[in-house]
Design a protein around this ligand. Structure first.
Ligand code: SF4
Ligand code: SF4
Length: 380
């Protein structure tokens, strides 16, 4: 298992994590088997957004004795009322629900205290101007949560949280289908049957969010990396092609600022399927060929950082050069952090001799030699 730094939190998290949502439908023994398999495979981060009492208790019992080996994303504002999950900002419900999380997980701290599910600007405003944020900040000051994070599906809201310095990490929904959708306050738009036919390539607001996370050192953990399994089925995928779990994971883990994908597992076999990513060949990880040939909503002309264009005779890491180029070119002034990352590359865009061999291998038809010239002028 590879580990990545989760932005400014400095936590070293496994690049594959446990999104514990599916554990809700399992008894304790089944939850324990999944969690033990995760631990054996080196997974060290789990997300528990669920307020359902039994799943919280099962997770707490399963990690009992090993609490310090896990980084837990626990959510604030996810409550259980009348036998149902609810999202709320009413403090008389928020506080007991968070205390219940601590008690059921049998812990006195949560590593990543997530402001739960903020998709509308109105909700964001109310949170940052009311008692909710005071409570979250007090939890941090008291050491009950170690870092403040937020979960969202709306890139516009997430951009505010990142640029206003509200959060240290972001739980965000990322996969190649969602990435082409424009921002919305309604989560249901992510799951419509068909996308608007004019949509293609990455939505600029989402690209801007990933750039800003990288620039502000806000690490991203990812939810819905498989779009709830829809991406495995060409009939249900809005892209019209089927991807494997390994391909979905590779797509997510090659986005800027992403540290870990919180994958959902229904049994220990699902854990092992996801962990196959760690030993998968380049061919097995190759989402690019699949996306490039998608009958709907192609990414033509856009670099997806897939690395398919290797090898370069000048040893330029074309995917990384393109990633920094895209991050840098989206703003008026090049951020120092992006320039520093670029400067650390062993070979720069300026070394490109224009042989064009990479272009023949790029499934998306990216004009790489032009992009190298552009980047050499931009970053050196
Ligand atoms: S230039 Fe093409 S092949 Fe190379 S990383 Fe980008 S999309 Fe992939
Ligand atoms: S065109 Fe430039 S970047 Fe592409 S393979 Fe040749 S030298 Fe490398």
């Amino acid at each position: 298992m590879l580990y990545r730094r989760l932005g400014k939190t400095d936590l070293k998290v496994s690049e594959i994590g446990l999104g514990a949502e599916w554990l809700e439908r399992h008894n304790y023994e089944e939850c324990k088997a999944i969690i033990d398999t995760c631990a054996e495979q080196g997974i060290n981060i789990l997300d528990c957004w669920m307020s359902e009492p039994n799943v919280r208790t099962h997770i707490g019992k399963a990690i009992s004795g090993n609490r310090e080996k896990w980084y837990i994303q626990g959510h604030i504002g996810s409550v259980w009322i009348d036998g149902q999950y609810k999202r709320t900002r009413e403090m008389d419900k928020v506080v007991p629900a968070f205390e219940d999380l601590l008690q059921r997980l049998d812990t006195d701290y949560i590593d990543l205290g997530m402001i739960h599910f903020v998709d509308s600007m109105k909700d964001y405003e109310e949170i940052v101007n009311g008692p909710f944020i005071e409570y979250v900040r007090k939890l941090k000051a008291d050491g009950v949560i170690k870092h403040i994070g937020m979960s969202s599906h709306n890139p516009e809201v997430a951009i505010r949280a990142v640029t206003e310095g509200l959060i240290e990490n972001l739980l965000f929904s990322i996969n190649p289908a969602f990435d082409i959708l424009p921002a919305s306050e309604d989560i249901n738009t992510l799951f419509v049957e068909e996308y608007d036919a004019s949509l293609a390539g990455m939505d600029p607001v989402r690209a801007e969010l990933y750039k800003l996370c990288e620039q502000n050192d806000v690490g991203i953990t990812v939810m819905k990396g498989y779009a709830g399994g829809r991406l495995f089925d060409e009939k249900r995928s809005p892209l019209g092609v089927a991807l494997t779990p390994v391909q979905c994971i590779h797509y997510v883990l090659t986005r800027p600022a992403v540290a870990s994908i919180m994958a959902g597992f229904d049994n220990p076999g699902h854990v092992l399927d996801a962990v196959k990513y760690e030993t998968a060949s380049d061919d097995e990880k190759d989402y690019a060929t699949v996306l490039a040939n998608a009958p709907k909503h192609a990414y033509a002309g856009q670099c997806t950082y897939c690395g398919h264009c290797k090898p370069c005779p000048m040893d330029i890491d074309i995917a990384m050069v393109n990633k920094y180029s895209d991050l840098a070119s989206m703003q008026d002034e090049i951020p120092e952090s992006i320039q520093n990352h670029y400067d650390q590359l062993a070979h720069k865009a300026s070394e490109c001799i224009g042989c064009g061999s990479c272009e023949a291998r790029c499934p998306f038809g990216v004009k790489i030699t032009e992009k190298m010239q552009f980047t050499a002028a931009l970053l050196g």
